[in-house]
Design a protein around this ligand. Structure first.
Ligand SMILES: [Zn+2]
Ligand SMILES: [Zn+2]
Ligand SMILES: [Zn+2]
Length: 423
């Protein structure tokens, strides 16, 4: 057996077999790998070029298609960013732009570019109110019922096609039920209840009852009625320069109360001055709406419950359950990202940020929640009713932070809940 010899890199203590040394110019494998990696990086640095796919493009529909097309990663290409944000681009659309883009999605679908078709569909569905029937016709013809949100408020012909496809055993039941939830009309509600009771073959494979899918689109069946778990009105919470902030709402202000579980100071996730008429859609009575939480404990376990008493003071709920596991109480808990950030409230469409994958800013009061994981409306600890969503603070809206806090309310018991999700 031949004796190992030292690697020729003087900074390296490895030894190599003579045969390896001969093949690698005297270097050990890690040293050779490091040199090759450096050479590759240098090559990329020298040869990387910027490609501006938007150059000379002025048609908003074309801009949208470029923006929503997925590109294979190429280290030698740096793509120039879009000249306009997705939100501003779609806000500038005319009805004819909307129709042309929907047509482009239908064509992409027919040509097998399903990713592009789906991305256009959900962007049109969340950022505009256009009728998407013609595009959805192409989807349902292929028993394709995804992304579910693209079916928001779809017409009876689309709904009937989905129901037929389910009953024929052709649909992906998960997708089809989610799409039906976003349609959410009387026939959908009745069908959900019927399938709950009759349990057709395709239902037995699901993990939850068909009617449970309603929650994905923010509603539930109560008796024989649809009951929304969200508010149709929505106020976006957007960071603004100091001095321009909204005075009628406060976020995550500390209170004098200590968390009964971890000892951190409790804070009001939201504190709304209800004399501001912009909050009247919430339908809550009293001088203020306070959602008390522990920003630490709410990240663990089933959420943090509080109660607003008749003087309007919020206290931790006696029926709250301490999370089974909490981090070491001595560990430093960073302040919640939105505390002390100046912000303004501006009206926005309720569905605007409901699709998490679109990575839009989603902090808001009212509207539909943007679930990072599965939809999870808490149950009131007093009456067991599913609580209504009233606000969310997405920490990703602020640089260097992540995770979303959600706030819920049971109007009859005046109980509040907070929860938290992150990727
Ligand atoms: Zn070496
Ligand atoms: Zn706590
Ligand atoms: Zn209740």
């Amino acid at each position: 057996m031949s004796e190992r010899i030292p690697c020729t890199n003087p900074a390296c203590g490895n030894t190599v077999l003579p045969a390896t040394a001969a093949a690698n110019g005297g270097l050990c494998a890690p040293c050779l790998g490091a040199i090759r990696k450096k050479e590759r990086e240098e090559y990329i640095r020298l040869n990387r070029r910027t490609v501006n796919l938007y150059e000379g493009v002025t048609d908003p529909v074309e801009i949208a298609i470029i923006m929503l097309s997925r590109r294979r990663y190429d280290p030698l290409i740096a793509y120039a960013p879009s000249p306009v944000s997705c939100e501003n681009l779609f806000a500038s659309f005319t009805a004819s732009d909307g129709a042309r883009l929907a047509e482009a999605a239908a064509q992409a679908f027919d040509n097998g570019n399903v990713d592009l078709a789906e991305d256009i569909a959900k962007t049109l569905a969340t950022l505009t109110d256009y009728d998407l029937t013609e595009m959805l016709r192409v989807f349902v013809r292929a028993d394709h019922h995804w992304p579910a949100i693209a079916f928001r408020g779809a017409k009876p012909e689309i709904r009937n096609a989905i129901i037929l496809s389910l009953n024929a055993g052709q649909a992906n039941a998960n997708h089809a039920l989610s799409a039906l939830a976003w349609i959410g009309d009387d026939v959908v509600r009745e069908s959900f209840l019927k399938w709950d009771a009759e349990v057709p073959a395709w239902v037995s494979k699901l993990h939850v009852a068909p009617s449970a899918y309603a929650e994905e689109a923010g509603w539930k069946v109560v008796g024989d009625k649809r009951c929304n778990l969200f508010h149709e009105e929505c106020l976006a919470i957007t960071q603004v320069p100091e001095g321009n902030e909204d005075a009628s709402a406060k976020l995550f202000q500390k209170t004098e109360q200590a968390c009964p579980w971890c000892g951190n100071s409790l804070s009001h996730m939201i504190d709304l001055d209800l004399s501001d008429p912009r909050f009247s859609f919430l339908g809550f009575t009293g001088p203020r709406l306070l959602v008390l939480t522990c920003h630490a404990c709410t990240c663990y376990g089933g959420g943090f419950f509080s109660k607003i008493d008749h003087e309007g003071i919020a206290v931790p709920h006696a029926l709250g359950v301490k999370p089974e596991w909490l981090p070491d109480p001595s560990s430093e808990w960073g302040a919640p990202a939105w505390r002390d950030v100046p912000f303004a409230l501006t009206p926005r469409r309720a569905i605007h940020s409901a699709d998490w994958c679109m990575e839009l800013k989603s902090s808001q009061i009212g509207g539909l929640p943007c679930w990072v994981q599965d939809s999870e409306y808490p149950k009131c600890p007093e009456c067991s009713t599913t609580m209504q969503f009233i606000a969310q603070l997405n920490q990703d809206d602020l640089p260097g932070h992540e995770g979303t806090y959600y706030a819920f309310l049971c109007y009859s018991c005046r109980t509040t809940a907070t929860s938290y999700q992150q990727t």
